[in-house]
Design a protein around this ligand. Structure first.
Ligand code: VGL
Ligand code: ZN
Length: 198
């Protein structure tokens, strides 16, 4: 039974000083690097938006960051411009051990659809290819870490369960954005889905 470590969006823009900074986002890096030694397969994800992406508040006249917008696929939180393809903010944290990565999945590249999950875009149907990658390796168990607990980590974990994977969340190696109780809501949803939070 093969297992994989999935490291979500440990990028400069999600760390202190970044455009969408997650408090203490940088503090999880040494622990993630150490945990890589326990896995044969390490997957990194990278939020990777084109300039002018539809998840940016700046793309919606009269809207401010953290307001909601109605998208064809449902309500979407609008964010400050972040993780623009090729920018320093989109780079993985300089201390993250990228040499141990078997694959780096980039997501959020479609200008019209955001992608929190490492598996599917926010329309919940367009795949990133990660499911096929893991299944072709016989992976049945995944451990998730990274940023942010209440957005990309949560959506990735819930999709992984839906795809039949056994999911463990290392909460000590995650940090949250925490908008209006979003972390508590995420924890409840993950508990109900059968995700082990440790
Ligand atoms: C994320 C908001 C927007 C995340 C990505 O990585 O959790 N959050 N884009
Ligand atoms: Zn994003």
């Amino acid at each position: 039974m093969a297992s994989a470590l999935i490291v979500i969006d440990v990028q400069n823009d999600f760390c202190p000083g970044g455009a969408l900074a997650v408090p203490e986002g940088d503090l999880i890096v040494p622990g993630i690097n150490a945990l890589m030694d326990d896995f044969d397969t390490v997957v990194l994800t990278q939020d990777w938006h084109p300039a002018g992406h539809s998840s940016f508040a700046s793309s919606h006249a009269g809207k401010s960051p953290y307001e909601l917008a109605e998208m064809p696929y449902g309500p979407q939180v609008l964010w400050p411009d972040h993780c623009v393809q090729g920018s320093g903010g989109a780079d993985l944290h300089a201390d993250l051990n990228v040499t141990r990565a078997n694959v780096i999945i980039r997501k959020g590249t479609n200008p019209a659809i955001d992608s929190y999950s490492a598996f599917f875009e926010n329309d919940q149907t367009t795949p990133t290819g990660l499911e096929g990658y893991l299944k072709s390796l016989g992976v049945t168990e995944v451990t998730m870490v990274g940023l942010a607990t209440d957005f990309c980590v949560q959506f990735s974990a819930l999709d992984a369960v839906r795809l039949g994977l056994e999911v463990t969340l290392r909460e000590d190696l995650c940090r949250a954005i925490a908008l209006d109780g979003s972390l508590q809501t995420a924890q409840i949803a993950m508990d109900e889905a059968g995700i082990s939070r440790i």
